[in-house]
Design a protein around this ligand. Structure first.
Ligand SMILES: CC(C)(COP(=O)(O)OP(=O)(O)OC[C@H]1O[C@@H](n2cnc3c(N)ncnc32)[C@H](O)[C@@H]1OP(=O)(O)O)[C@@H](O)C(=O)NCCC(=O)NCCS
Length: 189
């Protein structure tokens, strides 16, 4: 076995362990999650998952079904779907992380994935889905919403900017191997 492979393995385990801790803490933090009144936006139910995975497949080249399946179980309350005439036309899923600051730990939410059915794009569904879910984040005292978007994904960047997100920095390898993406943030307090 080459030296690089030997070095990569502990790193992979460390990342896996970090994510496990983050998701366990995140799931604990949403145990008393409060819901806002929402029209056509609701938490995912198990029977909606195949439709959500289909929409994910349309939206992204490198789909990670396993991640959405896991989050639909562990973060059900903050895995939102949007309907049009009783049909699921999009989803957005978040996780919660604790971030250390000078004032103590802050709860931040991260948009893990968002996609709208190709036939329903440019009709305001993405905007509504984010607005409604962010409103719920506010109610639950989330300090800010973070997300990562590929630098070439102009439509998504425009949507996030319209809602008040600001680019904090450019980073690599989060939106895919060697892909450049922006970290964007919307402060809620
Ligand atoms: C990005 C995405 C979620 C936007 O959803 P949508 O429902 O089509 O967006 P909306 O109709 O709500 O548009 C709201 C605003 O976003 C911006 N926007 C959305 N699509 C745009 C496009 N194709 N070109 C330019 N601006 C666009 C506009 O500012 C728009 O406001 P306006 O209509 O007043 O101009 C959708 O294109 C999608 O699912 N893309 C594939 C998956 C993806 O890239 N997800 C983001 C990963 S970070």
């Amino acid at each position: 076995m080459s030296l690089s492979k030997i070095c990569i393995k502990p790193f992979v385990y460390l990342m896996y362990f970090k994510r496990l801790i983050r998701d366990t803490v995140g799931a604990f933090l949403i145990r008393n999650w409060k819901q806002t009144e929402k029209e056509n936006v609701m938490p995912i139910e198990d029977f909606m998952l195949p439709e959500v995975l289909r929409i994910q497949g349309e939206g992204f080249e490198n789909q990670r079904h396993d991640k959405l399946i896991k989050y639909s179980k562990n973060f059900k309350k903050i895995f939102y779907i949007i309907k049009s005439q009783n049909q699921v036309v999009g989803y957005s899923v978040y996780y919660i992380q604790l971030t250390p600051t000078f004032q103590g730990f802050k709860k931040k939410s991260v948009v893990c994935s968002i996609s709208i059915d190709r036939n329903f794009r440019r009709k305001g569904f993405g905007e509504k889905l984010l607005e409604e879910s962010i409103q719920e984040m506010r109610l639950n005292k989330i300090a800010s919403v973070l997300l990562y978007v590929n630098v070439n994904n102009t439509s998504a960047i425009k949507l996030y900017e319209k809602l008040g997100f600001r680019i904090i920095k450019e980073t690599k390898n989060i939106c895919g191997k060697n892909e450049r993406c922006y970290e964007m943030e919307l402060n809620l307090v």
